[in-house]
Ligand binder design. Sequence first.
Ligand code: TA6
Length: 293
Amino acid sequence: MIQISKEILIQDRISLKEGHGGLRFLELRWNGAEAHIYLHGAHILHYQPAEQQPVLWHSEASWFETDKPIRGGIPICWPWFGPHPNDSDQPAHGFARLTEWEPISNSVTDEATCVTLQLPASSCPQRISLQLTLELSDKLLVSLTTANNSGSDFNYSEALHSYFFIQNIHAVKVSGLEGQYYIDKLSHDLSPQKQKGPIEFSAETDRIYINTTHSTTIVDEVFKRSIHISKENSLSTVVWNPWIDKSIRMPDFGTSEFLNMLCVETANCGPNAVALASGETHKMNLQISARNH
Ligand code: TA6
C-alpha cells in the first residue's frame, strides 16, 4: 500500500479519504468545486463545479477492487487502448488503471488546487515513466505525461476515457466533430467515414475519430447544460455509448445506465498511436468545463 507523505495533504484543499470498497482517494476542493481522484488507477471519479450537477458519471454496479477497473469517471488507458495488440491474456485498456499510483506533488493557490500522481516505476516498462496531473479551478485540467529514458523508441497508445453524466442519451448531441473522419468499431467496414452534422444517439455507438485536434461539446437539452471538452497533443477522440444489449453483457454496468452516460474520450489510439523517441516526453492535456444554459 502506497504511503502518502503528509506534505501532500493541505487542510480544506487536499484531503485523503476512504471511498467505495475501502479504496483511498484524494479530495480536492477549490471555491465550492470538488474533485475526487482514487489512488487505484489515479482514477478521477468525481468532478462537480460549484452550484452544478456532477460532470462525471460512474456506475452503481462498478467494482471497487484492486484487481479490477472502476466503471466511470476518467479511466486511464495506457500503454495500449482496447484489447492488447497481440496477447489476449493482457487486460483491456492496459494496466495503468489497475495499479495503485503514488501522489508525488501538489500545488495549492488562490487560482487552483493541483495534485500529481506517478505510476510506480515497478509497474512501468524499464525507464519509462507515467504521471497524471489534476488541476481543479473553474474547470478541470488533466494531463497525462509519458517520459521515455529507455534508450530506444517507445510505442504506445493512450486515452483519458471520460464518462460524462447526462440526463438522457436521447436528448443529447455532440458538436465539434463535423467533417472529421471516424472508424466505426461496430461496422465490418473499418474504412474512415466522414461525420455529417452533430453526433446524435439512437443505438450502440463506438467510434474512433482520427487525426483530429478538435474540441467537442456535449449539449444536454434536459439538464440545459453544455460540457466543453478541449485537448492538446491528442489526435483521436473516442465516442462511446454501449446502449442496452452491451450494457447487459457488462457485469459492472446497470441495464438502463446507458441512458445517463456518454463517453467522449481524449486519446491517441488506432492510427494515432504515439512513437516516443528515447529522451522525449509526451504530455496529453484534457480540459473539461461545464456551463448551464
Ligand atoms: O472506448 C470505448 C471502448 O473501447 C468500448 O469498445 C468498450 O469496450 C469500452 O471502451 C469499455 O471498455 P472497458 O474495458 O472499460 O469495459
